[in-house]
Every structure is written in structure tokens, then in C-alpha cells.
Design a protein around this ligand. Structure first.
Ligand code: ACO
Length: 389
């Protein structure tokens, strides 16, 4: 019998290079663009401006931005009591669980409360303005879910959602301190770079769920579960763990050699699409320098940067592989004082924009996503009744 794992590198494995549909949300040709705008221009925007662009198709006017930000703030302020009650119970029974599971559960509860997608609702009957309302609600609710869970497990009383740009408000909520403009600025850039990336695994999973006629909350819960995987969003948490494990400059060479010898992937390197470097990683690496305030307290982060630079050099020398976005993001989140288990959940907060935009795009021109597989199992064989086997 042929072994299906014996030919993993055929061109279609993992759908590599396969065009699986069309989109007008994001393009990766030459540079990354959201709805036609170059990412370098969008990095000067607020996160809300980019979220509006992705969800509504255009950059907002000042009035539209004010109204959009107010709506998101209202949603962030108004998490249903049922969710908070469930979280307070779960915080007692499973305080150590993955925060990705918390967000997935939170979105599922929200979907149930909303009665998203009654059974009679067919994809072509959907009211897309209603779906955009749900999307905005989720864009406000999800960061609030994250902050609510952190309050629950730390035994803190919830406080009102700050009336500030979403990125600043969230960072303040998570760090429990006033945030400098510099920190807010760099954090915003991480969210903008994480916001959208075409048919990546989690977005494609969300579109597949949507294509069956299922509801937005089910698609988002699926996307969160997909992003959790270490080959996708989960990589950013492992990047920092790796650097901690390596520890010293002298250990970089032997550590990388050991990983490669064991055929273990090095997190934060390589990308399915970017074979000569992830443009986002370069842009964020540059932005990250803004955090260095030249103070003595920043010295541990400077050391981590040196370590990271050496890993990059060795990886390029040994494998010709360059870093992806998770590589600089992990160090930036660490320098901002965020704990490692928040890194991938923050990716969720950002990617909610891209996911919801894709879900709505799929709904607006839907066809069931159902590819075919090349069969590699046994040839036809004679059935033998159980008593004769
Ligand atoms: N470390 C070591 N070797 C690697 C790495 C890595 N990070 N990435 C790719 N390679 C090697 C492969 O082992 C393979 O080598 P071989 O030809 O000698 O067998 C070669 O490079 C080609 O790699 P593929 O597996 O074909 O690349 P693929 O497109 O399937 O995988 C992926 C892309 C999953 C991102 C991979 O590079 C990886 O596992 N990276 C680490 C996880 C990671 O950082 N994920 C974050 C992705 S970006 C994001 O989600 C924002």
C-alpha cells in the first residue's frame, strides 16, 4: 500500500500555490496592500481607520471615523453579563487554560446569545448590513473579552473601557498603566500588520465555514482555533520562548544546529508565500527601534535584540530562511511588558478585521468551498465477511 506521508512535497500538498478563489481585500504582489493601499501608507493610520477600510471597503472620512470608533467603543463597553458570568466560573475551574480557548469560547457564547443564523436563513438571503453590524460588534467585543478574562484570573474588578483609540485602550487595560505615545504607536503598527493577509489558513477556514451557509460567529470561532496552531499565529508565543531558551550569543550556533538536525522548525522563520523575506517583518523591525528609550532599563531588550540578530544571521547562512512577522512582534510585545500567553490572542484582536471582511465577501458572492482529493489508498479489493477475516 502506498504511504500517503511518503510524498509530502508534491506541489499541491497544503494547497501550495493553488489559487483557491478571489478577493478584493488584500494583495501580496510586490508589496502588501489592503484594498489597494500600500501597507507602508496604512502604517501611518490608526487601527480603526484600517479596520474601517477592511470592513467597509474605503478609508473613512473624519466623521465616519468618529462614528465608527464610537460604535466599537460602545461594543467594547457592553459585553453581555452571561459571558462575564461564564468567564468568572471558568477562571475558577481552568485559570491556566490557553487564552485562545477563552476567546474561542467567548465568541461561541456571543453567537449563542445573538442567536446568529436562524436555521431558515440561507446565504443568499443574508442582509449584509446586518452582518456588518455583527462584525463591528465582534471587533469591539473581542478585545473586551480578552481584558475581561485577564481581570477574572487576576481577581480584579472590571473597569470601564477607556475612551481612547482601541489599540491604546487595550494596551492600557492589559498593562494596567498609562501608555506612552511611542508604545501605543508601535503597538498599533503590530495590529495593522496583523490585520489581514489574504487566504492564510485561518481566513480560509473562516471562508470555508461561511461557504456552507453557517454563521459569522461559527466562522470566527473556527478561525481562532486555526490561528492557535504553532505553524500559524501560535508561532509568536514560541518565538520568545525560543530566545529565552537560547539565552546567550554563544549558544545560538549550537542551538540552531541542533534544531535543524532534529528537523524541528525554528519559529518565526519561513513563510508559505514570502520566500525571500516577509515585508511585514522588515517594516516592524524598523518600527520596533522606536521603543528603545536609551535607558538602562531597556538593556535586557537590547540584549534580546542582539540575540535575535545573531539567530537571523545563522538561519540565513544555514537555511537561506528569513524571519516572518511573528519574529519581531514577539520581541516588541515582550518589550511592551505583555506576557507571552497574550501574544497570539492579540493577533486575534487584529485579525478580526480581516476575518470579518472575508466572511462578508464570501457571503456576498457565495459558492460552497469543496475541493477534491487525489486518492492514494488501496486499490479496489474484495470484501470479506467478518466471520471469515
Ligand atoms: N525552520 C526550519 N526549517 C524551515 C522553516 C523553519 N522555520 N521553515 C521552512 N523550513 C524548511 C523546511 O523544513 C523545508 O526544508 P527541506 O526542503 O530541507 O525539507 C523548506 O524550508 C521549505 O519549507 P516548507 O515546509 O515547504 O514551507 P511551507 O510553506 O510548507 O511552510 C511555514 C511555511 C509553515 C510558515 C514554515 O516556514 C514554518 O513552519 N515556519 C515556522 C512557524 C512560523 O513561524 N509560523 C508563522 C507563519 S507567519 C504567520 O502566521 C503570521
Amino acid at each position: 500500500m502506498s504511504d500517503p506521508s511518503s510524498d509530502c512535497k508534491d506541489s499541491k500538498n497544503g494547497l501550495a500555490g493553488v489559487t483557491a478563489g478571489h478577493t478584493s481585500i488584500c494583495s501580496l504582489d510586490k508589496t502588501l496592500r489592503y484594498r489597494g493601499y500600500a501597507i507602508t501608507d496604512l502604517l501611518e493610520c490608526s487601527f480603526e481607520e484600517v479596520a474601517h477600510l477592511l470592513l467597509w471597503g474605503d478609508l473613512p472620512t473624519e466623521n465616519q471615523l468618529r462614528e465608527f470608533a464610537t460604535r466599537l467603543h460602545t461594543h467594547a463597553q457592553s459585553l453581555p453579563e452571561t459571558v462575564l458570568w461564564c468567564f468568572s466560573r471558568l477562571a475558577k475551574t481552568s485559570p491556566q487554560c490557553s487564552i485562545m480557548d477563552v476567546l474561542r469560547t467567548g465568541v461561541s457564547i456571543l453567537g449563542q446569545i445573538e442567536c446568529d443564523n436562524g436555521p431558515e436563513e440561507m446565504p443568499h438571503h443574508r442582509d449584509l448590513s446586518q452582518e456588518r453590524f455583527k462584525a463591528e460588534q465582534l471587533l469591539g467585543h473581542v478585545p473586551a473579552l480578552l481584558a475581561a478574562w485577564i481581570d477574572c484570573i487576576s481577581g480584579r474588578q472590571p473597569t470601564p473601557w477607556p475612551k481612547k483609540p482601541l489599540a491604546t485602550a487595550l494596551l492600557e487595560k492589559l498593562c494596567h498603566t498609562q501608555i506612552s505615545d511611542n508604545a501605543a504607536n508601535v503597538f498599533t503598527k503590530t495590529l495593522i500588520l496583523y490585520a489581514e493577509h489574504e487566504f492564510n489558513a485561518s481566513t480560509f477556514a473562516a471562508r470555508t465555514v461561511t461557504s456552507t451557509g453557517s454563521d459569522m460567529h461559527s466562522a470566527i470561532a473556527t478561525a481562532i482555533g486555526t490561528l492557535k496552531g504553532p505553524l500559524h499565529g501560535g508561532a509568536n508565543e514560541r518565538v520568545l520562548q525560543q530566545l529565552m531558551d537560547i539565552g546567550t550569543l554563544e549558544n545560538v550556533g549550537p542551538w540552531v544546529a541542533r534544531q535543524l538536525e532534529n528537523k524541528d522548525v525554528i519559529m518565526g522563520f519561513g513563510h508559505r508565500i514570502y520566500k525571500s523575506g516577509d515585508v511585514r517583518a522588515r517594516l516592524l523591525h524598523e518600527a520596533g527601534h522606536q521603543l528603545d528609550d536609551k535607558s538602562a532599563s531597556f538593556e535586557p531588550h537590547r540584549k534580546l535584540e542582539k540575540l535575535a540578530n545573531k539567530v537571523e544571521a545563522v538561519m540565513f547562512e544555514k537555511k537561506r530562511l528569513k524571519p516572518n512577522l511573528d519574529w519581531p512582534t514577539a520581541r516588541i510585545y515582550h518589550a511592551l511588558g505583555l506576557p507571552i500567553n497574550l501574544f497570539t490572542p492579540l493577533f486575534v484582536v487584529a485579525r478580526m478585521t480581516g476575518w470579518t471582511a472575508h466572511i462578508i465577501e464570501q457571503m456576498s458572492d457565495n459558492r460552497l468551498i469543496r475541493p477534491v482529493a487525489e486518492y492514494r489508498g488501496p486499490s479496489p479489493r474484495q470484501f470479506i465477511a467478518i466471520e471469515d477475516r
